[in-house]
Ligand binder design. Structure first.
Ligand code: 13P
Length: 221
């Protein structure tokens, strides 16, 4: 069986209490058999990284932790920034270039390329987001998430054949090992994507916020 990624992007959701509750419920609900080919990653907001890293240990849940962003600067006088050096104590993955960061925070390809350098400098695995097959992918990136903007949070996922074509193109053009699909993925439609040859998993927003939905989604892949 090929390796599959199930990455939860909580975006700007959840208090500390709500995050703790998520892991308590996930631990009670989890009926996943151990599978070394399945990588599940939870990406909470920055203030919850430490708590979530503790919870997966405490609840003995075989999930990794990821950040949703990283500074393009190293440690230093950069008020409000969170550098790879700080993130690496709690997380093994980082999402870079999400369309919401590009759109609302005006992140450019140049800035994102710097972020990738920082993430790699601190040993973080990058999940690099693009919204089309034209997206530029920085060198050294091995996991790409294809997230067409029209599919994000709208309940209108991309056509699976289109997602497959983009994933195949991104692999052929850039030599990346894994391409994930993201945009309105649910338990009902996940298999339409994960069963395709060029798609290696999913990046999930809304359907990751309730543990029951997220675990059900993994089981339906
Ligand atoms: P939704 O699953 O809510 O559409 O969000 C997708 C996404 O942006 C994940 O990064």
């Amino acid at each position: 069986m090929k390796k599959q990624f199930f990455i939860a992007n909580w975006k700007s959701h959840k208090t500390a209490d709500e995050a703790t509750q998520w892991f308590v419920e996930a631990a009670a609900d989890i009926h996943l058999t151990k599978d070394s080919e399945r990588e599940v990653v939870i990406c909470p907001p920055f203030p919850l990284l430490s708590l979530c890293a503790e919870e997966v240990k405490k609840q003995q849940i075989p999930f990794a932790i990821g950040a949703q962003d990283v500074s393009s600067f190293s440690e230093g006088a950069y008020t409000g920034e969170v550098s790879g050096r700080l993130i690496k104590d709690f997380a093994t993955y980082v999402i870079i270039g999400h369309s919401e960061r590009r759109r609302y925070f005006h992140e450019t390809d140049e800035m994102l390329f710097e972020k990738v350098k920082q993430a790699h400098a601190y040993g973080l695995q990058v999940v690099y987001c693009v919204d089309s097959k034209e997206g530029k992918i920085p060198e050294g990136v091995n996991i790409v998430a294809y997230e067409p903007v029209a599919a994000i949070g709208t309940g209108h996922p991309d056509d699976p054949s289109d997602a497959e074509a983009v994933a195949g193109f991104l692999k052929a053009q850039n030599g990346v090992s894994y391409v994930l699909y993201g945009g309105s993925v649910t338990a009902e439609d996940i298999a339409n994507y994960t069963q395709l040859p060029s798609i290696d998993g999913v990046l999930v927003g809304g359907a990751s916020l309730a543990p029951k939905d997220f675990i059900s989604l993994i089981q339906h892949a």
